[in-house]
Design a protein around this ligand. Structure first.
Ligand code: GDP
Ligand code: CA
Length: 307
């Protein structure tokens, strides 16, 4: 069985780890968000792709929740001493990745090929593709004006309420090589429990990817990032309350109207399933505390297709 998982960063990466344990690695293609990409200290950083890559390579820091295990911060200390920008925290090991990626991009290598090279070097077996090799960047409308994604999320700690999101460059962006083929040959499509507005929506903003999902011949299953109406981490619940009018399973499903056939919801939300319409609920424990929990959640979603 071949699957394609659409994923943001940390939340998505945990789920992707589970999928990669539930299936043979060669059966798994991950399409990652690039709307959060940015340039820091002259380097191209792809935070969501890296979270997925580190998780699949088993080098992610479980305690901190992002970045690499065993990380050190000597370079950042030096940057601080020199009065350079330190608001976006890049560790020494992480910086190695950004150096290699940035050099490849400057030499004309597309992001997808640069990502493949990094994944191969780190021993990542599933195929990790950026949604697009083109620049798609997420902008956040707030009362303080329109902020770049990372200014809103990291620099300002996502405290500003969100009035809207915009994906600059999406209108002319093409799917990265391999994305449409993977969707066309998949037996199941999965939307990870990532933030629907700023992790999954920028992927779906690439028109040809959305069209491929709309025209799918196989089931598409989303996993809710909310448990008892609350985000496990981050602003997804506040965004849903404000932009979708609530944080019930039906509000999550509404983010994916016409794109999903089933929604995996937590046991804590099992009594709150009104308004799902054609979307079939799959009840599971969705808190991904460890690798076992991640695999079990993946299996619940994979169960949407008969083995
Ligand atoms: P980011 O790009 O690093 O912000 O990560 P994602 O968008 O992929 O994931 C963020 C979302 O993951 C948040 O909305 C969380 O609620 C969700 N999340 C994190 N851990 C869990 C978990 O254990 N279970 C579920 N259901 N959602 C989770
Ligand atoms: Ca992200």
């Amino acid at each position: 069985m071949n699957v394609v998982v659409f994923s943001g960063g940390v939340g998505g990466a945990r789920f992707v780890q589970g999928v990669a344990r539930a299936l043979a690695p060669e059966a798994v293609t991950v399409v990652g968000n690039v709307g959060d990409d940015l340039e820091v200290l002259g380097l191209h950083v792809s935070p969501d792709l890296d979270s997925i890559m580190y998780a699949l390579a088993g080098v992610n820091d479980e305690e901190r929740g992002w970045g690499r295990a065993g990380e050190t911060w000597r370079v950042l200390e030096s940057v601080a001493e020199l009065g350079g920008e330190t608001w976006f925290r890049l560790g020494d090991l992480d910086l190695g990745v950004h150096l290699v990626r940035t050099q490849a991009l400057r030499a004309g290598t597309p992001l997808s090929a640069a990502t493949a090279g990094l994944c191969a070097a780190l021993g990542v077996e599933p195929c990790l593709l950026p949604a697009t090799d083109d620049a798609v960047r997420t902008w956040i409308a707030t009362a303080e004006g329109e902020l770049s994604f990372q200014e809103w999320f990291v620099a300002r700690g996502h405290r500003d309420e969100v009035d809207g999101v915009r994906f600059a460059g999406a209108g002319s962006a093409a799917p990265a090589p391999g994305v449409l083929d993977a969707i066309a040959t998949a037996d199941l499509l999965l939307l990870a429990p990532s933030n629907p507005y700023v992790s999954i929506a920028p992927i779906l903003a690439v028109r040809a990817i959305r069209d491929a999902l709309t025209a799918r011949a196989v089931p598409c299953v989303a996993v809710s990032p909310l448990i008892a109406g609350r985000a496990v981490k981050g602003p997804a619940d506040r965004m849903l309350a404000r932009l979708a009018g609530g944080t019930r399973p039906a509000h999550v499903a509404a983010c994916y109207e016409g794109l999903i056939d089933a929604l995996v919801v937590d046991e804590a939300d099992a009594s709150d399933l009104d308004g799902l319409g054609e979307v079939r609920p799959i009840i599971a424990r969705t808190l991904m505390v460890d690798l076992d929990a991640r695999r079990r959640l993946a299996e619940a979603a994979l169960g949407a297709v008969p083995a």
